[in-house]
Design a protein around this ligand. Structure first.
Ligand SMILES: Cc1cc2nc3c(=O)[nH]c(=O)nc-3n(C[C@H](O)[C@H](O)[C@H](O)COP(=O)(O)OP(=O)(O)OC[C@H]3O[C@@H](n4cnc5c(N)ncnc54)[C@H](O)[C@@H]3O)c2cc1C
Length: 561
């Protein structure tokens, strides 16, 4: 049997505006990509190798990711799925690290612990399965998204102006045509293999036992990491609270660890009892993992892109895998939407699509650097590294100066794009602090700060970042300047909304957070990154910054091919 999944050729055989973007994989990154495209009115066709996913699938699937970072919750908010996840998730603000019985490092993330509508918490814990369930619910309700289960992508062909893929599965052989293809098909990505893109890096022999148990435990709601606790001597344990009285426990175990044997001998029960004591508990899920640190050589080849685990794999200490995959999806989604309008010409489209690789590949390299350092500290492989780690931990008990050298996982945060070709550089650049938990200055490249906000006639808007996502956003101090800027923004590839801070600010909080003088204009991309901060800018300068962020090369006049 053969199924033609989609066909909408334009008469000249090139991409038609109704060609969907093809997405391989209905995992969280594939679904976020589809939802971002839908926000811009772009249709997508999601091809998923597995069978249709109902409530049983989400109930029975163990959760890989559990920790979701505030800026990613913001992306979820733009995609319409954050509210139930934030309401249900367990909020935490503090990460503590212990060496034996001593607390040796504490990081507290600022603000927003309440989880109220106007403030997102810095972290929530919730199962990846619940996140996927909400994304799927939203995708199923979206007319622009077509989901095809039982369709495994097996071949791809790039043509002038469009791509086709071949699929097999329960529906037999099929073909699908689209304007572009996004490989969000996970670590063993067929799309990556079909493109012949290498996936260099390393895989660690060390093993980690991950257990989710349900129990009423008297522990604080914090991330707690233990080096060498008396109940796992010589190794480490990570403990996290999740909703529904569920606790995630992650033990480092030996390379030859045998789960079946440990279960059969009762050693697993004894291992868990060392943490829960005599309290009753239910084993919800468990698995043994080996971790990988890998990055695809390229994230773009022509009309084909890689995102999420298809593009990069990190050890999970620091929660950088899915959190960064969601940011890949949003980064790629708005750029694909922007180029499909073609309003800035083919050169702009090339620059913009290349910037997906440039920005997200740089983010992946940084995530690899950070998680690689963590793995070297957690599982040192040379005698020298082991000695160094022991000395650092012992010294940190008495010497606060040694504590910053302890690495139990540097928690995820968005990557910044100050050097991106889409970012208008500031006249004077400012260093961005790298310590976890510190807020970043509102300079070009970083995510725009959030804060309370009101928009006349839109009672649902309570914070600034709720204005972002549908196009570019321009913020300026004065209503008259805002009107002049709005007039100058006609004919841009994506919509530009201009706001005067004096109309939307609540008690000057935004002006303080943005640190702008009265003449400063902030330009925000659809993914909430500031792409320009312009003092005393006229309309032409602001328009040039928007077009630059849409890929128009600097110095190329408008209207040039
Ligand atoms: C133990 C553990 C803990 C983790 N904890 C965290 C955490 O706390 N926070 C965090 O951010 N990240 C965490 N991660 C990482 C996170 O789980 C992954 O980054 C995330 O699953 C990646 O999502 P994805 O959509 O890219 O890929 P996947 O979730 O792998 O989805 C890929 C989809 O593609 C489908 N597919 C595969 N091949 C094809 C094909 N040929 N054609 C069509 N469809 C195909 C698959 O069936 C699947 O549905 C953790 C990972 C592990 C292992």
């Amino acid at each position: 049997m053969s199924s033609a999944v989609q066909s909408s050729a334009a008469p000249d055989g090139r991409s038609s505006p109704s060609d969907p973007v093809l997405i391989a994989g209905a995992g969280p990154v594939g679904l976020c990509t589809a939802l971002t495209l839908a926000r811009f009115g772009v249709p997508s066709l999601v091809l998923e190798t597995e069978a249709e996913r109902g409530a049983d699938y989400f109930r029975e699937t163990g959760s890989k990711a559990i920790c979701f970072q505030r800026d990613v919750l913001d992306v979820f908010d733009r995609l319409g799925v954050a509210a139930p996840l934030v309401a249900e998730g367990t909020t935490w603000t503090t990460a503590r690290t212990y060496y034996r019985e001593h607390e040796v490092r504490t990081v507290t993330f600022p603000g927003g612990a309440t989880g109220t509508a106007s403030e997102l918490p810095p972290w929530i814990n919730i199962s990846q399965a619940r996140v996927e369930q909400e994304l799927l619910r939203r995708a199923e309700a979206e007319q622009l998204i077509t989901l095809r289960y039982g369709h495994r992508v097996t071949a791809l062909h790039e043509h002038a102006g469009h791509v086709t893929v071949e699929t097999d599965g329960e529906h037999g052989h099929g073909t699908a045509r689209g304007s572009h293809l996004v490989g969000a098909d996970g670590p063993r990505s067929a799309v990556r293999h079909l493109l012949g893109i290498g996936f260099p890096g390393e895989s660690f022999a060390d093993r980690f036992l991950i257990c989710d148990i349900r129990a009423e435990l008297p522990f604080p709601n914090e991330r707690r990491f233990f080096f060498d606790p008396e109940w796992n001597p010589g190794r480490q344990v990570l403990l996290h609270q999740c909703p529904d009285s569920t606790w995630r426990i992650d033990w480092q175990v030996s390379e030859d660890y045998d789960l079946a044997e440990e279960r059969a001998s009762g050693a697993l029960e004894a291992r868990i009892r060392k943490i829960v004591g005599e309290r009753p508990y239910e084993l919800v899920w468990l698995s043994v993992y080996r971790f990988h640190e890998r990055c695809a050589e390229r994230f773009r080849v022509g009309r084909v892109f890689l995102a999420g685990d298809a593009a990069h794999l990190y050890a999970p200490f620091g929660a950088r895998g899915l959190n960064s995959g969601v940011q890949d999806a949003e980064n790629l989604g708005w750029k694909l939407a922007c180029t499909r309008t073609s309003a800035t010409g083919p050169r702009a489209a090339e620059t913009l699509l290349d910037s997906y690789h440039d920005e997200r590949w740089a983010a992946a390299r940084e995530n690899l650097r950070v998680t690689g350092d963590t793995m070297r500290f957690l599982v040192p492989h040379s005698e020298e590294n082991r000695r160094c780690r022991r000395e650092t931990l012992e010294l940190a008990v008495t010497d606060p100066g040694a504590r910053s050298r302890i690495d139990s996982g540097k928690l995820a945060e968005p990557y910044w794009y100050p050097g991106s070709s889409l970012t208008t550089p500031p006249a004077v650049s400012e260093p961005i602090p790298a310590e976890p938990g510190q807020s970043r200055p509102p300079v070009p490249g970083v995510i725009c700060p959030d804060g309370p906000c009101r928009v006349p006639g839109r009672p649902e808007v309570t914070r600034l970042r709720q204005l972002f996502g549908g196009g570019f956003t321009v913020l300026t101090a004065d209503p008259e300047h805002a009107r002049a800027l709005a007039d100058a923004m006609t004919g841009t590839p994506l919509p530009v909304a201009v706001y005067a801070l004096s109309d939307i600010d609540v008690e000057g909080t935004l002006a303080t957070a943005l640190r702008g003088g009265t003449g400063t204009t902030h330009v925000v991309r659809p993914d909430a990154h500031l792409c320009a901060v312009l003092p005393d800018a006229d309309s032409r300068t602001v328009r040039a910054a928007v077009l630059r962020a849409c890929g128009r090369p600097v110095g190329v006049p408008e209207g040039a091919p």
